[in-house]
Design a protein around this ligand. Structure first.
Ligand code: SAM
Length: 251
C-alpha cells in the first residue's frame, strides 16, 4: 500500500474531508498563498497536484488560473471530472518544460517536492516554465539531519522520500535558476496538523474501513501515528520555501 497511490490518496481525501493529500488542508493553503500576489488573470502551476483539490481551491479563491500536473494518471483523470474548470495534465515534473515556456507567474509544490525523484531536474523544468520574477512556493517536510535514521525514515515506503534540507536549499535553487527569498518554519503547525489528522483517522475508523478496507485503514492509522511521532520528536519538520526566478537563470 502506497499512500501516494490512487487508493491511498482516496483514503486521505475521505479522512481530510476534501481532495487534499497535504498537511493542514485549507489552513495551510491559505498560509502559503496569503504571502503571494492574488490576481485571477495570472497563470499558476500546481506541480504534483494529486486529486486536484488544492488547484481548485486556489483558482476559486481568485489567486490565478491554475494548471495542475501529476505523474499519476488515475488522480488526474478524476481531477478532470470533478474540477472541469481547471486544466490538468499527466506529466512528470521533471518534464514540466513541455507544458509551456515562460508561461507561469507562480509555481507551487504542495507536499509533493519530497516525492520528486530528481528535484534539480524538476526545478530546472519549472525555471523553463517561468519568467524572471516568477514566484516559487514549496510547502513541504524538512529533514533536520536525523530523518534517515528515524523509524519513519527507515520505513520501506519512504526510501524515495527526500524532505527539504534547509541548509542546502539556497544552493540548489541558485544552481537551477531560482533565488531564495524566505523560509518559513511551520514545524509547530505540522505537529498540530498531524495530531489532528491521526485522531481523525481513528474517529472515522468505521467509515474508512467500509470505504477502503481494514488493511488500508490499519496501514494509514499506523503510518500517521508514526508521522506525528517523528515530527514531535524532531526528526522531521515542515517549512514553506519562497523563491523567485532568477533573471538570466538556467532554463
Ligand atoms: C502527497 S501528494 C500531494 C498532492 C497534492 N499536492 C495535494 O496537496 O493534495 C504528492 C503528489 O506528488 C505526485 N508526484 C510524485 N512524484 C512526481 C513526479 N515526479 N512528477 C509529478 N508528480 C509527482 C504524486 O503522484 C502525488 O499526487
Amino acid at each position: 500500500m502506497r499512500l501516494n497511490s490512487f487508493q491511498g490518496k482516496r483514503l486521505l481525501a475521505l479522512a481530510r474531508g476534501g481532495d487534499y493529500a497535504h498537511a493542514g488542508e485549507t489552513e495551510s493553503i491559505d498560509l502559503v498563498w496569503n504571502k503571494l500576489p492574488k490576481d485571477p488573470a495570472q497563470q499558476v502551476l500546481d506541480a504534483g497536484c494529486g486529486r486536484g483539490g488544492t488547484a481548485a481551491y486556489i483558482q476559486r479563491a481568485g489567486w490565478g488560473k491554475v494548471t495542475g500536473i501529476d505523474i499519476e494518471g488515475e488522480s488526474i483523470q478524476r481531477a478532470r471530472q470533478v474540477y472541469p474548470e481547471i486544466t490538468f495534465d499527466v506529466c512528470p515534473v521533471e518534464q514540466a518544460d513541455r507544458i509551456g515556456s515562460g508561461k507561469f507567474d507562480i509555481v507551487c509544490c504542495f507536499n509533493s517536492f519530497y516525492a520528486f525523484s530528481d528535484q534539480p531536474a524538476a526545478l530546472r523544468a519549472f525555471a523553463h516554465n517561468s519568467k524572471p520574477g516568477t514566484q516559487l512556493a514549496i510547502f513541504d517536510y524538512t529533514d533536520p539531519g536525523t530523518f534517515k535514521e528515524s523509524a519513519l525514515g527507515q520505513h520501506v515506503e519512504l526510501l524515495g522520500w527526500h524532505p527539504l534540507i534547509l541548509s542546502t536549499i539556497s544552493d540548489l535553487l541558485r544552481e537551477t535558476g531560482w533565488t531564495l527569498d524566505t523560509i518559513q518554519d511551520v514545524t509547530i503547525e505540522y505537529i498540530r496538523w498531524y495530531k489532528t489528522f491521526s485522531d481523525r483517522i481513528r474517529e472515522l475508523r468505521s467509515k474508512l474501513i467500509e470505504e477502503c478496507g481494514i488493511e488500508t485503514w490499519e496501514y494509514a492509522s499506523n503510518f500517521y501515528d508514526l508521522m506525528h511521532e517523528t515530527i514531535k520528536t524532531g526528526h522531521m519538520g515542515g517549512a514553506i520555501v519562497y523563491a523567485k526566478r532568477t533573471a538570466n537563470g538556467h532554463e
